[in-house]
Design a protein around this ligand. Structure first.
Ligand code: 8YV
Length: 313
């Protein structure tokens, strides 16, 4: 039987790429000098697309692949997939929830500690030899700070659980109050920001949550407040973030994601109250392997007519 055609949108993990190559007829999208011609030539063979947080399946790609049956994303986030188009066309969509929750939540706590305790600057102080000329200045305590979370899904809850261990009072914003938690609920992001010391973005990126962190929210968080973003860059109005930080209207930021990755505003490079990471929330060997296995498991299940492991659509 002819191997099933799978289109991989961009390099993800070597392990996933090797396994896709072994089990399917793998097409590599990013290698194509003329993507449109490539799609036209191979549209009859491609039945599955594998994407990630940076390259998924937009309407144009979906329409160019009439034999497409499933999009299996190497991400929990679905913002790069046109879910409505997939629904219209009966294309299944799967993602990688749960397996990455702990790592992303761990990193959120790491960012809080790194920003408040200036861990990266302390490291620099040692490596540059600065310690020989003087101690590092005093920083700010993390334990007990009020942590506000936007989006109390799997990752938001995991952040809350960890922050509780640091005696942090937890509050949250989401579209509706969650019946099964005692955390303080705020029905607007501005109110949440006014009532916390550290504001964590942990919601999905949708048109409604794009630029949910705007000037008003940053001003409400204030000159001692810290913003942590481990979700998606476009949640934050980045130009406003830069001015809030440069003008001292915001106390600090720990950012794993940016509006136009891998571009990061250079104005942030000189700020010691900012920690900048290259979108590595799920980036451990353990989690990326589990994510790859989930992508493969969903494809195998689909083509064997078995129930999908993590179906979204
Ligand atoms: C990945 C992510 O960084 O799961 C998500 O939504 O953003 C990440 O886990 C990405 O998909 C890795 O290629």
């Amino acid at each position: 039987m002819e191997a099933i055609g799978v289109l991989l949108m961009c390099p993800v993990s070597n392990y996933l790429e090797q396994e896709l190559d072994r089990r399917f007829n793998l097409f590599r999208y990013w290698n194509q000098p003329r993507p449109r011609e490539f799609l036209a030539q191979n549209s009859d063979s491609i039945r599955a697309v594998v994407g990630n947080a940076s390259a998924g399946a937009d309407a144009e790609l979906i329409d160019a692949l009439p034999k497409l049956e499933i999009v299996s994303s190497f991400s929990v986030g679905l913002d790069k997939i046109d879910l409505n188009r997939c629904r219209e066309k009966g294309i299944r969509v799967t993602n990688t929830p749960d397996v990455l929750t702990d790592d992303v939540a761990d990193l959120a706590i790491g960012l809080m500690l790194a920003v408040l305790r200036r861990i990266c600057m302390c490291d620099k102080h040692v490596r540059s030899g600065g310690w020989k000329f003087g101690d590092f200045k005093l920083t700010t305590r993390f334990s007990g700070k009020r942590v506000g979370i936007i989006g109390l899904g799997r990752i938001g809850l995991a952040v809350a659980k960890r922050a509780e261990a640091f005696d942090c009072p937890i509050s949250y914003y989401s579209r509706s109050k969650k019946p099964d938690t005692n955390y303080q609920y705020y029905s607007t992001v501005v109110n949440l920001a006014s009532n916390c010391d550290i504001l964590v973005v942990a919601c999905a990126l949708t048109p409604e949550t794009t630029h949910v962190i705007n000037r008003e929210v940053m001003n409400a968080l204030g000159p001692k407040g810290v913003l942590i973003n481990i979700a998606r860059g476009p949640h934050v109005d980045e130009a406003e973030l830069v001015s809030a930080l440069v003008e001292g209207r915001l106390g600090g930021a720990g950012l794993d994601v940016f509006e136009k990755e891998p571009h990061v505003p250079e104005e942030l490079f000189g700020l010691e109250n900012v920690v900048l990471l290259p979108h590595v929330g799920s980036g451990t060997v353990e989690t990326r392997t589990a994510m790859a296995d989930l992508v493969l498991g969903n494809l195998e299940a689909y083509f064997a007519n078995k129930p999908l492991l993590t179906q979204v659509v």
